[in-house]
Design a protein around this ligand. Structure first.
Ligand SMILES: [Cu+2]
Length: 471
Protein backbone atom coordinates (compact mmCIF):
# COMPACT_ATOMS: atom_id res chain seq x y z
CA UNK A 1 0.00 0.00 0.00
CA UNK A 2 2.11 2.89 1.29
CA UNK A 3 5.82 2.92 1.20
CA UNK A 4 7.02 2.75 4.78
CA UNK A 5 8.37 6.33 4.91
CA UNK A 6 5.17 7.78 3.39
CA UNK A 7 3.15 5.96 6.00
CA UNK A 8 5.28 7.32 8.80
CA UNK A 9 5.06 10.87 7.43
CA UNK A 10 1.27 10.66 7.34
CA UNK A 11 1.21 9.18 10.82
CA UNK A 12 3.40 11.97 12.14
CA UNK A 13 1.29 14.65 10.50
CA UNK A 14 -1.81 13.05 12.05
CA UNK A 15 -0.24 12.86 15.49
CA UNK A 16 1.04 16.41 15.32
CA UNK A 17 -2.33 17.72 14.09
CA UNK A 18 -4.12 16.16 17.05
CA UNK A 19 -1.30 17.15 19.41
CA UNK A 20 -0.68 13.56 20.38
CA UNK A 21 2.78 13.27 21.82
CA UNK A 22 4.74 10.09 21.99
CA UNK A 23 7.14 9.30 24.79
CA UNK A 24 10.73 9.71 23.66
CA UNK A 25 11.56 6.00 23.85
CA UNK A 26 8.58 5.15 21.60
CA UNK A 27 9.41 7.71 18.92
CA UNK A 28 9.59 6.24 15.46
CA UNK A 29 12.98 6.60 13.93
CA UNK A 30 11.30 8.86 11.35
CA UNK A 31 11.38 11.64 13.95
CA UNK A 32 15.12 11.20 14.08
CA UNK A 33 15.36 11.44 10.28
CA UNK A 34 13.29 14.61 10.19
CA UNK A 35 15.20 16.11 13.11
CA UNK A 36 18.49 15.46 11.38
CA UNK A 37 17.18 17.15 8.24
CA UNK A 38 15.94 20.19 10.22
CA UNK A 39 19.28 20.46 12.01
CA UNK A 40 21.12 20.30 8.67
CA UNK A 41 18.84 22.98 7.21
CA UNK A 42 19.94 25.36 9.96
CA UNK A 43 23.43 25.32 8.40
CA UNK A 44 24.85 27.99 10.70
CA UNK A 45 22.06 30.43 9.75
CA UNK A 46 23.79 32.47 12.42
CA UNK A 47 27.25 31.54 13.61
CA UNK A 48 28.14 29.57 16.67
CA UNK A 49 31.42 31.42 17.15
CA UNK A 50 32.83 34.78 16.15
CA UNK A 51 36.48 35.49 15.53
CA UNK A 52 37.32 38.78 17.26
CA UNK A 53 39.14 41.20 14.95
CA UNK A 54 41.34 42.49 17.78
CA UNK A 55 39.67 45.91 17.91
CA UNK A 56 38.58 46.68 21.51
CA UNK A 57 36.05 49.49 22.01
CA UNK A 58 36.44 50.78 25.55
CA UNK A 59 33.47 52.68 26.92
CA UNK A 60 32.21 53.81 30.30
CA UNK A 61 28.65 54.17 31.45
CA UNK A 62 27.61 55.74 34.72
CA UNK A 63 24.09 55.01 35.95
CA UNK A 64 22.90 57.89 38.10
CA UNK A 65 20.01 60.18 38.96
CA UNK A 66 19.65 63.23 36.74
CA UNK A 67 17.03 65.52 35.23
CA UNK A 68 15.59 65.12 31.76
CA UNK A 69 13.07 67.09 29.71
CA UNK A 70 10.66 64.28 28.90
CA UNK A 71 7.89 66.84 28.48
CA UNK A 72 9.53 70.25 28.04
CA UNK A 73 9.61 72.80 29.54
CA UNK A 74 9.27 70.56 32.62
CA UNK A 75 12.27 68.77 34.05
CA UNK A 76 11.67 65.24 35.29
CA UNK A 77 13.88 63.44 37.80
CA UNK A 78 15.05 60.30 36.03
CA UNK A 79 17.72 57.63 36.26
CA UNK A 80 19.98 57.60 33.23
CA UNK A 81 23.19 56.29 31.71
CA UNK A 82 25.69 59.12 31.22
CA UNK A 83 22.98 61.69 31.88
CA UNK A 84 20.94 60.87 28.77
CA UNK A 85 17.63 59.12 28.05
CA UNK A 86 18.15 56.92 26.14
CA UNK A 87 21.89 56.36 26.75
CA UNK A 88 24.14 57.58 23.91
CA UNK A 89 23.81 55.06 21.04
CA UNK A 90 26.72 52.61 21.01
CA UNK A 91 27.89 51.59 17.54
CA UNK A 92 30.54 48.96 16.95
CA UNK A 93 31.62 46.82 14.00
CA UNK A 94 30.96 43.09 13.82
CA UNK A 95 34.12 41.47 15.15
CA UNK A 96 34.88 44.31 17.56
CA UNK A 97 35.08 43.54 21.25
CA UNK A 98 33.07 45.81 23.51
CA UNK A 99 34.67 46.50 26.87
CA UNK A 100 32.22 48.54 28.87
CA UNK A 101 32.71 49.64 32.44
CA UNK A 102 29.44 50.27 34.24
CA UNK A 103 29.58 52.33 37.43
CA UNK A 104 26.58 52.27 39.72
CA UNK A 105 25.74 55.66 41.23
CA UNK A 106 22.08 54.74 41.75
CA UNK A 107 20.55 54.42 45.21
CA UNK A 108 20.24 50.62 44.69
CA UNK A 109 22.12 47.71 43.03
CA UNK A 110 21.93 47.17 39.26
CA UNK A 111 23.22 45.10 36.31
CA UNK A 112 23.08 45.37 32.51
CA UNK A 113 21.45 42.77 30.27
CA UNK A 114 22.34 42.95 26.56
CA UNK A 115 18.99 42.18 25.01
CA UNK A 116 19.22 39.92 21.95
CA UNK A 117 22.99 39.76 21.92
CA UNK A 118 24.45 36.26 22.10
CA UNK A 119 27.05 37.01 24.77
CA UNK A 120 29.10 34.58 26.85
CA UNK A 121 26.77 33.51 29.66
CA UNK A 122 28.74 35.38 32.36
CA UNK A 123 28.07 38.69 30.54
CA UNK A 124 24.28 38.25 30.40
CA UNK A 125 23.56 40.43 33.43
CA UNK A 126 21.05 38.29 35.31
CA UNK A 127 21.76 38.89 39.02
CA UNK A 128 22.18 35.78 41.14
CA UNK A 129 22.34 33.64 38.01
CA UNK A 130 25.15 34.88 35.75
CA UNK A 131 26.71 37.56 38.01
CA UNK A 132 26.29 39.13 41.44
CA UNK A 133 24.37 42.41 41.43
CA UNK A 134 26.57 45.48 41.20
CA UNK A 135 26.36 47.23 44.58
CA UNK A 136 25.90 50.98 45.06
CA UNK A 137 29.18 52.74 44.23
CA UNK A 138 30.70 49.66 42.58
CA UNK A 139 31.70 49.00 38.97
CA UNK A 140 31.60 45.99 36.67
CA UNK A 141 33.28 45.51 33.30
CA UNK A 142 31.24 43.82 30.57
CA UNK A 143 33.40 42.39 27.83
CA UNK A 144 32.17 40.48 24.80
CA UNK A 145 32.34 40.20 21.01
CA UNK A 146 28.83 40.17 19.52
CA UNK A 147 28.26 37.34 17.05
CA UNK A 148 25.54 39.06 15.02
CA UNK A 149 25.16 42.45 13.34
CA UNK A 150 21.94 44.37 13.97
CA UNK A 151 19.85 46.47 16.34
CA UNK A 152 20.09 45.46 19.99
CA UNK A 153 19.46 47.20 23.30
CA UNK A 154 20.54 47.09 26.91
CA UNK A 155 18.90 47.67 30.26
CA UNK A 156 19.15 46.69 33.94
CA UNK A 157 18.06 43.17 34.88
CA UNK A 158 17.73 44.01 38.57
CA UNK A 159 14.54 45.67 39.80
CA UNK A 160 13.95 46.42 36.14
CA UNK A 161 10.27 47.33 36.59
CA UNK A 162 11.55 50.45 38.40
CA UNK A 163 14.97 50.99 36.78
CA UNK A 164 13.87 50.79 33.13
CA UNK A 165 10.77 52.85 33.91
CA UNK A 166 12.97 55.59 35.38
CA UNK A 167 14.98 55.86 32.14
CA UNK A 168 17.78 53.29 32.18
CA UNK A 169 18.05 51.93 28.64
CA UNK A 170 20.16 52.31 25.52
CA UNK A 171 20.73 50.95 22.03
CA UNK A 172 23.72 48.92 20.84
CA UNK A 173 24.14 48.72 17.09
CA UNK A 174 26.50 46.18 15.58
CA UNK A 175 27.39 47.05 11.98
CA UNK A 176 28.36 44.59 9.32
CA UNK A 177 31.29 45.41 7.05
CA UNK A 178 28.97 45.72 4.02
CA UNK A 179 26.01 47.67 5.38
CA UNK A 180 23.71 49.07 2.67
CA UNK A 181 24.20 52.79 2.00
CA UNK A 182 21.05 54.41 3.36
CA UNK A 183 20.84 58.23 3.31
CA UNK A 184 20.28 58.17 7.08
CA UNK A 185 20.43 55.54 9.80
CA UNK A 186 17.97 56.64 12.50
CA UNK A 187 17.17 55.11 15.87
CA UNK A 188 13.80 55.61 17.54
CA UNK A 189 13.42 54.28 21.06
CA UNK A 190 9.74 54.01 22.00
CA UNK A 191 8.72 54.33 25.64
CA UNK A 192 5.90 55.57 27.80
CA UNK A 193 5.98 57.33 31.17
CA UNK A 194 3.51 57.55 34.00
CA UNK A 195 3.92 61.16 35.09
CA UNK A 196 2.10 63.08 37.78
CA UNK A 197 0.82 66.64 37.29
CA UNK A 198 4.20 68.04 38.41
CA UNK A 199 5.86 66.03 35.58
CA UNK A 200 7.51 63.68 38.07
CA UNK A 201 7.48 59.90 37.75
CA UNK A 202 4.69 58.23 39.70
CA UNK A 203 6.86 56.38 42.17
CA UNK A 204 4.76 53.39 43.15
CA UNK A 205 6.09 50.47 41.14
CA UNK A 206 4.71 46.97 40.58
CA UNK A 207 1.30 47.99 41.90
CA UNK A 208 -1.67 45.72 42.30
CA UNK A 209 -3.17 47.45 39.25
CA UNK A 210 -0.04 46.86 37.12
CA UNK A 211 -0.02 43.19 38.15
CA UNK A 212 -3.69 42.63 37.42
CA UNK A 213 -3.26 44.22 33.96
CA UNK A 214 -0.58 44.28 31.26
CA UNK A 215 1.98 45.93 33.52
CA UNK A 216 2.52 49.67 33.89
CA UNK A 217 1.20 51.75 30.99
CA UNK A 218 2.10 55.43 31.07
CA UNK A 219 0.23 58.60 30.19
CA UNK A 220 2.94 60.08 27.96
CA UNK A 221 4.56 58.30 25.01
CA UNK A 222 8.06 59.31 23.98
CA UNK A 223 10.54 58.77 21.17
CA UNK A 224 14.19 58.97 22.23
CA UNK A 225 13.14 60.40 25.59
CA UNK A 226 11.06 63.26 24.13
CA UNK A 227 7.33 63.66 23.63
CA UNK A 228 6.43 63.91 19.91
CA UNK A 229 9.82 64.99 18.57
CA UNK A 230 10.18 66.52 15.11
CA UNK A 231 12.76 64.74 12.98
CA UNK A 232 14.16 66.47 9.89
CA UNK A 233 14.32 64.48 6.66
CA UNK A 234 14.93 65.37 3.01
CA UNK A 235 12.79 64.51 -0.02
CA UNK A 236 14.18 61.53 -1.91
CA UNK A 237 16.01 60.16 1.14
CA UNK A 238 16.04 56.45 1.80
CA UNK A 239 16.16 55.88 5.54
CA UNK A 240 17.01 52.94 7.74
CA UNK A 241 14.84 53.39 10.80
CA UNK A 242 15.54 51.22 13.82
CA UNK A 243 12.55 51.03 16.17
CA UNK A 244 13.01 49.68 19.69
CA UNK A 245 10.25 49.18 22.27
CA UNK A 246 11.67 49.71 25.77
CA UNK A 247 8.35 50.27 27.57
CA UNK A 248 7.54 48.25 30.70
CA UNK A 249 4.26 46.96 29.32
CA UNK A 250 2.93 48.96 26.36
CA UNK A 251 2.71 47.33 22.96
CA UNK A 252 3.27 49.68 20.01
CA UNK A 253 1.88 49.22 16.53
CA UNK A 254 3.81 51.91 14.65
CA UNK A 255 2.21 53.25 11.48
CA UNK A 256 3.22 55.75 8.79
CA UNK A 257 0.00 56.90 7.08
CA UNK A 258 1.85 58.66 4.22
CA UNK A 259 4.62 56.11 3.63
CA UNK A 260 5.04 52.41 2.81
CA UNK A 261 7.85 51.07 5.02
CA UNK A 262 9.23 47.58 4.60
CA UNK A 263 10.51 45.56 7.56
CA UNK A 264 13.83 43.92 6.75
CA UNK A 265 15.05 42.94 10.21
CA UNK A 266 13.28 41.79 13.38
CA UNK A 267 14.91 41.62 16.82
CA UNK A 268 18.22 42.56 15.22
CA UNK A 269 18.37 39.77 12.64
CA UNK A 270 17.80 40.16 8.89
CA UNK A 271 14.58 38.53 7.64
CA UNK A 272 14.60 35.99 4.80
CA UNK A 273 12.62 38.54 2.74
CA UNK A 274 11.56 42.12 3.49
CA UNK A 275 7.82 42.51 4.12
CA UNK A 276 5.38 45.41 4.58
CA UNK A 277 5.05 46.92 8.07
CA UNK A 278 1.24 46.53 8.08
CA UNK A 279 0.12 46.01 11.69
CA UNK A 280 3.32 44.57 13.12
CA UNK A 281 3.07 44.43 16.90
CA UNK A 282 6.19 45.76 18.55
CA UNK A 283 5.92 44.38 22.07
CA UNK A 284 8.26 45.30 24.94
CA UNK A 285 11.74 44.11 23.96
CA UNK A 286 11.08 43.85 20.19
CA UNK A 287 12.98 45.76 17.48
CA UNK A 288 12.31 46.23 13.79
CA UNK A 289 14.48 47.80 11.09
CA UNK A 290 12.51 49.66 8.45
CA UNK A 291 13.39 50.67 4.89
CA UNK A 292 11.60 53.97 4.18
CA UNK A 293 11.80 56.24 1.16
CA UNK A 294 10.61 59.86 1.44
CA UNK A 295 8.90 60.60 -1.90
CA UNK A 296 10.30 63.54 -3.90
CA UNK A 297 6.87 65.16 -3.97
CA UNK A 298 6.70 65.51 -0.16
CA UNK A 299 8.95 68.59 0.12
CA UNK A 300 7.74 70.80 2.98
CA UNK A 301 5.27 68.19 4.29
CA UNK A 302 4.87 66.97 7.86
CA UNK A 303 4.59 63.17 7.99
CA UNK A 304 3.18 61.58 11.11
CA UNK A 305 4.35 58.43 12.83
CA UNK A 306 1.47 57.11 14.90
CA UNK A 307 0.80 54.26 17.30
CA UNK A 308 -2.35 52.38 16.32
CA UNK A 309 -2.30 49.74 19.07
CA UNK A 310 -4.88 51.51 21.23
CA UNK A 311 -8.37 52.20 19.96
CA UNK A 312 -7.53 55.89 19.62
CA UNK A 313 -4.25 56.25 17.68
CA UNK A 314 -1.65 58.53 19.23
CA UNK A 315 1.10 60.56 17.58
CA UNK A 316 4.64 59.33 18.26
CA UNK A 317 6.73 61.71 16.15
CA UNK A 318 6.74 63.91 13.08
CA UNK A 319 9.04 63.61 10.10
CA UNK A 320 9.49 67.18 8.85
CA UNK A 321 10.41 67.00 5.17
CA UNK A 322 12.74 69.82 4.11
CA UNK A 323 11.69 72.22 1.34
CA UNK A 324 15.00 71.49 -0.40
CA UNK A 325 15.27 69.99 -3.84
CA UNK A 326 15.16 66.20 -3.58
CA UNK A 327 18.33 64.16 -3.10
CA UNK A 328 18.96 61.15 -5.27
CA UNK A 329 17.32 58.03 -3.79
CA UNK A 330 19.92 55.30 -3.23
CA UNK A 331 19.02 52.22 -5.26
CA UNK A 332 19.69 48.75 -3.85
CA UNK A 333 17.77 45.70 -2.73
CA UNK A 334 17.04 45.79 1.01
CA UNK A 335 19.42 43.47 2.86
CA UNK A 336 18.21 39.96 3.63
CA UNK A 337 19.47 36.96 5.59
CA UNK A 338 22.27 35.12 3.79
CA UNK A 339 20.72 31.84 4.82
CA UNK A 340 17.39 31.14 6.48
CA UNK A 341 16.31 27.53 7.09
CA UNK A 342 13.18 26.24 5.32
CA UNK A 343 12.11 24.08 8.24
CA UNK A 344 9.01 23.00 6.31
CA UNK A 345 8.77 19.83 8.37
CA UNK A 346 9.17 21.59 11.73
CA UNK A 347 5.46 21.15 12.46
CA UNK A 348 5.85 17.35 12.33
CA UNK A 349 8.18 17.36 15.28
CA UNK A 350 6.80 16.67 18.74
CA UNK A 351 6.72 19.46 21.31
CA UNK A 352 9.91 19.23 23.38
CA UNK A 353 8.79 21.57 26.16
CA UNK A 354 5.42 23.07 27.00
CA UNK A 355 5.12 26.21 29.11
CA UNK A 356 1.75 27.30 30.48
CA UNK A 357 1.53 30.96 31.45
CA UNK A 358 -0.91 31.96 34.16
CA UNK A 359 -1.43 33.75 37.47
CA UNK A 360 -2.14 32.58 40.97
CA UNK A 361 -2.70 34.13 44.36
CA UNK A 362 0.09 34.60 46.86
CA UNK A 363 3.76 35.54 46.76
CA UNK A 364 5.47 38.82 47.59
CA UNK A 365 2.92 40.93 45.69
CA UNK A 366 -0.28 39.02 46.49
CA UNK A 367 -0.51 37.98 42.82
CA UNK A 368 2.11 35.74 41.21
CA UNK A 369 2.57 35.32 37.47
CA UNK A 370 3.60 31.76 36.74
CA UNK A 371 5.23 29.46 34.21
CA UNK A 372 3.86 25.93 34.69
CA UNK A 373 2.38 27.01 38.00
CA UNK A 374 5.80 28.07 39.35
CA UNK A 375 6.86 31.61 40.20
CA UNK A 376 10.51 32.69 40.07
CA UNK A 377 12.69 32.14 42.09
CA UNK A 378 10.82 28.94 43.03
CA UNK A 379 10.95 27.45 39.55
CA UNK A 380 12.61 24.37 38.12
CA UNK A 381 15.48 24.92 35.69
CA UNK A 382 14.75 23.31 32.32
CA UNK A 383 17.37 21.87 30.00
CA UNK A 384 17.76 22.10 26.24
CA UNK A 385 20.21 19.88 24.46
CA UNK A 386 22.93 21.79 22.64
CA UNK A 387 22.63 21.49 18.85
CA UNK A 388 19.31 19.64 18.97
CA UNK A 389 16.33 21.00 17.06
CA UNK A 390 13.74 21.98 19.65
CA UNK A 391 10.05 22.81 19.55
CA UNK A 392 8.58 24.75 22.47
CA UNK A 393 4.90 25.42 23.02
CA UNK A 394 3.88 28.53 24.96
CA UNK A 395 0.25 28.55 26.12
CA UNK A 396 -1.25 31.67 27.60
CA UNK A 397 -3.96 30.52 30.00
CA UNK A 398 -4.65 34.09 31.13
CA UNK A 399 -6.51 37.06 29.69
CA UNK A 400 -3.42 39.32 29.75
CA UNK A 401 -0.56 39.93 27.31
CA UNK A 402 2.77 38.14 27.70
CA UNK A 403 5.69 39.10 25.44
CA UNK A 404 7.96 36.13 26.21
CA UNK A 405 11.70 36.72 25.88
CA UNK A 406 14.39 34.06 25.76
CA UNK A 407 17.97 35.11 26.50
CA UNK A 408 20.89 33.80 24.49
CA UNK A 409 18.92 32.22 21.61
CA UNK A 410 16.90 33.20 18.58
CA UNK A 411 13.75 31.31 17.71
CA UNK A 412 11.16 31.18 14.99
CA UNK A 413 7.35 31.09 15.25
CA UNK A 414 5.80 28.13 13.38
CA UNK A 415 2.22 28.04 14.69
CA UNK A 416 -0.39 30.09 16.51
CA UNK A 417 -3.37 28.41 18.12
CA UNK A 418 -2.57 25.21 16.25
CA UNK A 419 -2.58 26.87 12.80
CA UNK A 420 0.65 26.90 10.83
CA UNK A 421 2.33 30.32 10.72
CA UNK A 422 5.60 30.61 8.90
CA UNK A 423 7.29 33.78 10.10
CA UNK A 424 10.28 34.31 7.84
CA UNK A 425 12.44 35.88 10.53
CA UNK A 426 14.08 35.16 13.88
CA UNK A 427 12.87 36.62 17.14
CA UNK A 428 14.05 36.85 20.72
CA UNK A 429 10.65 38.01 22.00
CA UNK A 430 7.17 36.90 20.96
CA UNK A 431 3.87 38.39 22.09
CA UNK A 432 1.17 36.03 23.33
CA UNK A 433 -2.27 37.56 23.31
CA UNK A 434 -4.99 36.44 25.69
CA UNK A 435 -5.51 32.63 25.69
CA UNK A 436 -3.17 32.29 22.74
CA UNK A 437 -0.83 29.35 22.10
CA UNK A 438 2.34 29.92 20.11
CA UNK A 439 4.77 27.23 18.94
CA UNK A 440 8.39 28.24 18.48
CA UNK A 441 11.36 26.29 17.19
CA UNK A 442 15.06 26.85 17.71
CA UNK A 443 18.54 25.42 17.54
CA UNK A 444 20.20 25.93 20.93
CA UNK A 445 23.84 26.63 20.04
CA UNK A 446 24.83 29.02 22.84
CA UNK A 447 25.60 27.15 26.05
CA UNK A 448 24.73 28.51 29.46
CA UNK A 449 21.97 29.24 31.88
CA UNK A 450 19.53 31.57 30.13
CA UNK A 451 16.56 33.48 31.50
CA UNK A 452 13.17 33.00 29.88
CA UNK A 453 10.64 35.57 31.04
CA UNK A 454 7.76 37.84 30.28
CA UNK A 455 9.00 41.26 29.13
CA UNK A 456 6.11 42.97 30.85
CA UNK A 457 8.45 43.82 33.67
CA UNK A 458 5.82 43.73 36.41
CA UNK A 459 4.82 40.20 35.36
CA UNK A 460 8.47 39.13 35.43
CA UNK A 461 8.95 40.79 38.83
CA UNK A 462 5.96 38.83 40.17
CA UNK A 463 7.41 35.50 39.07
CA UNK A 464 6.97 34.99 35.32
CA UNK A 465 10.53 33.81 34.73
CA UNK A 466 12.42 30.53 34.66
CA UNK A 467 15.90 29.42 33.63
CA UNK A 468 16.70 27.33 30.60
CA UNK A 469 20.04 25.59 30.56
CA UNK A 470 21.62 24.81 27.21
CA UNK A 471 24.23 22.05 27.57
CU1 LIG B 1 3.37 38.82 31.04
Amino acid sequence: MYKNSTFISILLAYLSYYNISIAAEDQPSAYQAIRTQLEQEFKQAYPEQIIANGEVKKLELVAAETQWGVFPPYQTNVWAYNGQVPAPVIRIQLGDTLELKLTNRLPQPTTIHWHGIRVPNAMDGVPGVTQPKIAVGESFVYRFTPKDAGTFWFHPHFNSAEQIERGLYGVLIVEDSNEPQYSQDLVMVLDDWLLEKNAQIYDQFVTRHDLAHDGRWGNLQTVNGRHQPVIPVTPGERIRLRLVNVANGRVFSPAFPDLSPQIFAVDGMLAAQPFPLNNFLLSPGNRIDLDITIPNTYAGKKLEIINTFSRKPTRLAILQVAKNAPVETPQFKPPQAKHFPNWLKAAYMPVTQHYELDAKRGGKYGISWTINDQAWPDSTTQTLEYGRFTRIRLSNKSARLHPMHLHGQFFRVIARNGAVERENFWRDTVLLKRRETVDIVLMPIDKGLWAHHCHILEHAEAGMMNMIKVE
